[in-house]
Design a protein around this ligand. Structure first.
Ligand code: SAH
Length: 351
């Protein structure tokens, strides 16, 4: 079996594509001797070819935890009455950017809950203000689902990139993770719209979410292969105590790392974060992600006093190397994984 896995990894590195059934076979062999190490070695080689041994830094501003959605996995879901809600003012958001700019950051990511505190007009005004105040910076939005016209207005206002995880490429699994008011087809429509509008677009999924099987993860890989995102955010599922999935175990660090390697082989130029969830799951998780082919980190640039309220899952890190105020620690940790930290905008490169 292991020999087959090595052959499939070679094939993926060469062809950047595998049949669905081979993705499933590969995923099921992730803990066989030497398989993940081999994929990681090839992935590091691909990253080096495209970007050099560089890891880009983005400042993550969690603008609000007010959310009208009720995703079963998420700690800021509407039904969590224990969540202390907040929404940053426009000035607070600009102040975060200003602080980030002084720290040297050149990409800001605005993330938040949905259909609550911010109208489309307000998001557009913010995007415009940020892009005109910090002309040499990139702006990424991660604010959920909107109509085409709203995404179009955000793009015209200056937003460069949009992160919207697909969460799962299997419609039945999507329905298991979300209430009936949300739909798989709308998520997919949003992702298509973002691409069509010319955003650098990001999709992604949690690893180990309830109901996820290796066959479903294979569907995720096939979807990502075909969608060809400029960015791809994957991280382990981690339970939150005030959600319906509180008792479900967290996802596997080593499986997540293996999937990062496969994504790097599939799309050598993809911007691939070692996510906060990866770092939160286990000490050294972020470094393992980088060693597996990740090339982005997104330390927290939100006002420190509010960080713990943006609790998507239990024990989410927002201090140490996960805090934008500690870039020196982050630099050292990236170096310990064999890479150099870059504060450049770090746009997606064509192959
Ligand atoms: N409302 C925005 C932002 C959501 S939070 C949107 O829908 O895009 C960003 C990501 O955090 C989600 O897409 C989800 O994949 C991840 N997330 C949420 N709850 C999580 C949990 N319990 N464990 C790990 N990741 C989680």
């Amino acid at each position: 079996m292991a020999q087959e896995a090595f052959d499939l990894i070679d094939l993926l590195a060469r062809e950047r594509s595998l049949p669905l059934i081979d993705y499933a076979r590969l995923i099921s062999s992730f803990d066989e001797a030497g398989v993940a190490e081999y994929a990681a070695e090839l992935a590091r080689g691909k990253r080096r070819e495209v970007y050099g041994d560089i890891v880009f830094v983005r400042g993550l501003i969690e603008i609000s935890n007010i959310c009208g959605n009720d995703c079963y996995y998420c700690g800021i879901r509407k039904s969590n009455a224990h969540c202390q809600r907040y929404a940053l003012s426009d000035q607070e958001i600009l102040d975060c950017c200003q602080e980030g700019y002084q720290l040297g950051l050149r990409t800001f990511v605005l993330q938040g809950g949905e259909s609550g505190a911010y109208s489309v007009e307000r998001i557009c005004r913010l995007a415009h203000d940020i892009k005109t105040s910090f002309v040499d910076c990139s702006l990424t939005l991660s604010l959920g689902e909107y109509h085409y016209a709203a995404y179009q207005a955000m793009k015209q206002a200056g937003a460069d990139r949009y992160l919207l995880r697909h969460e799962t490429a299997n419609a039945a699994h999507y329905a298991l993770l979300h209430p009936g008011s949300m739909s798989f087809s709308n998520r997919m429509r949003c992702l298509r719209d973002l691409k069509a509008l010319g955003f650098q677009a990001g999709c992604g999924m949690m690893v180990g979410s309830p109901g996820q099987t290796h066959d479903i993860l294979a569907e995720d890989l096939k979807f990502i292969e075909e969608y060809a995102p400029e960015m791809c955010g994957i991280g382990p599922f981690i339970p939150h105590s005030q959600t319906p999935f509180a008792q479900h175990p967290a996802g596997s660090l080593s499986l997540t790392a293996f999937l990062l390697s496969l994504l790097r082989l599939m799309h050598p130029n993809v911007l691939l974060p070692a996510t906060t969830a990866l770092g939160s799951l286990e000490e050294g998780g972020r470094e393992k992600g980088i060693l597996s082919g990740a090339n982005v980190v997104m330390p927290n640039l939100s006002p420190p006093a509010l960080r713990e309220r943006y609790s998507l899952y239990n024990n989410k890190l927002s201090s140490g190397a996960e805090s934008a105020q500690n870039l020196e620690e982050l630099r050292q940790r990236i170096a310990s994984a064999g890479c150099a930290m870059s504060l450049k905008k770090g746009d997606h490169l064509p192959l």
